[in-house]
Design a protein around this ligand. Structure first.
Ligand code: GLV
Length: 369
């Protein structure tokens, strides 16, 4: 490698940073755990770096890209979601950006499933009872009961990678599944899952016959006992099928009053003010959130209302937070490894230097020949 590439990372991505340095890269890592101020990112880019490692909390837009005009060659994001990166601006400045899809798919789906299970079986309230010495007896229905997950109907909202992985997890719990996706349907996958379900029934593994199908948003929400959200955040004007506030007063009100909602996608897909009301006024039975309209969750969020504490689980954007998923240096296992490889592919001109052929680049359309 003839050129020594300069890289600024807005967060530490572990051992992968050392591996970049061993390749001869000069890498500066922002030392704090919080996001750096935007001005600092702009200044670093202006100083002539070749590559920028970012994550979901860093706004990357025309201001940043303008600062890197003629020098910045790649933005490598450690996250699958990239709503913090203005794709139209990146295309205009012809800066490829990469993301870390696939390696967090199973981790995120299992976390969504665990969130729903913890919510429905009231694990948080039950443990508090035990710890607070309020567990005075074993009784058939006191002090409260939860709801089983097995055999229930779940709506899978969004059937991209993570939605499909969630379907796979739910198959193991013999759930019926109502699938909805405004932009992408995978009928072959759904057919294969139905075949697995039929086999489980035919071979006596599951007593009841169960089913899976695509349907409308309305049918999915009115028919489900559980709803799990797996769509990207797309604001008005970014897509013909925007997902901003897909869950709002109207859609929350059509869910069953006994239903539970889990969101591991992006916070703004759910209107939090409407959700807080839905929980308080019991339009739905509960919600578990891993993502928020504003992160970290502000101290005055209505979701913190003690009145809804028993039915509102709040997690710190944590679904992909498993050791191997986050930090493995192997691009086929870890977000860090995939992030570093995306950066290397662009800077070192892998794939014959054809950006449109590089697997982790998102905005290939800007480079199609
Ligand atoms: C996490 O939310 C991610 O997009 O990777």
């Amino acid at each position: 490698m003839s050129k020594k590439f300069r890289v600024f990372a807005t967060c530490d991505i572990g051992e992968s940073i050392d591996l970049l340095r061993q390749r001869g890269y000069e890498v500066e890592v922002y030392p704090q755990p919080e996001a750096p101020p935007k001005k600092l990112i702009v200044d670093k880019v202006k100083s002539g770096i070749d590559g920028l490692i970012t994550t979901l909390r860093d706004p990357i837009d025309a201001e940043v890209l303008e600062a890197g005009k003629g020098t910045l060659k790649v933005v490598a994001q450690i996250a699958v979601g990239f709503d913090n990166i203005n794709r139209a601006d990146a295309n205009r400045y012809k800066v490829p950006f990469t993301h870390t899809a696939d390696v967090l798919t199973e981790a995120t789906a299992e976390f969504a499933f665990f969130m729903l299970g913890a919510l429905a079986r009231k694990l948080w309230t039950a443990e508090h009872l035990t710890r607070n010495n309020q567990w005075g007896y074993w009784h058939p229905y006191l002090p409260f009961l939860g709801d089983e997950v097995t055999g229930k109907t779940i709506a899978i909202i969004g059937t991209g990678r993570i939605g499909l992985a969630m379907i796979k997890k739910c198959t193991g719990f013999d759930m019926n599944m109502l699938c909805y996706d405004p932009a992408y349907q995978n009928h072959d996958y759904v057919k294969a899952i139905q075949e697995m379900k039929d086999l489980r029934h035919a071979r006596g593994i599951c007593r009841e016959k169960t089913w899976i199908k695509y349907t409308t948003l309305e049918d999915a929400l009115t028919g489900a006992d559980f709803v799990s959200v797996h769509v990207p955040l797309l604001r008005e004007g970014e897509s013909t099928t925007p997902t901003y506030h897909l869950f709002n007063e109207r859609t929350l009100r059509i869910m069953k009053p006994t239903a539970y909602l889990a969101n591991t996608s992006r916070g703004p897909v759910v209107d939090e003010a409407a959700l807080a009301r839905a929980l308080k006024e019991k339009w739905i039975a509960g919600a578990a959130l891993d993502v928020y309209e504003k992160e970290p969750l502000p101290p005055d969020s209505p979701l913190r209302d003690p009145e809804i504490e028993d039915r509102c689980r709040l997690l710190p954007h944590f679904a992909s937070a498993a050791r191997i998923t986050r930090l493995s240096t192997d691009p086929n296992k870890g977000m860090a490894g995939r992030c570093a490889q995306g950066l290397i592919d662009v800077l070192e001109g892998n794939y014959g230097g054809d950006v449109s052929k590089m697997p982790y680049v998102v905005n290939k359309e800007a480079f199609a020949k």
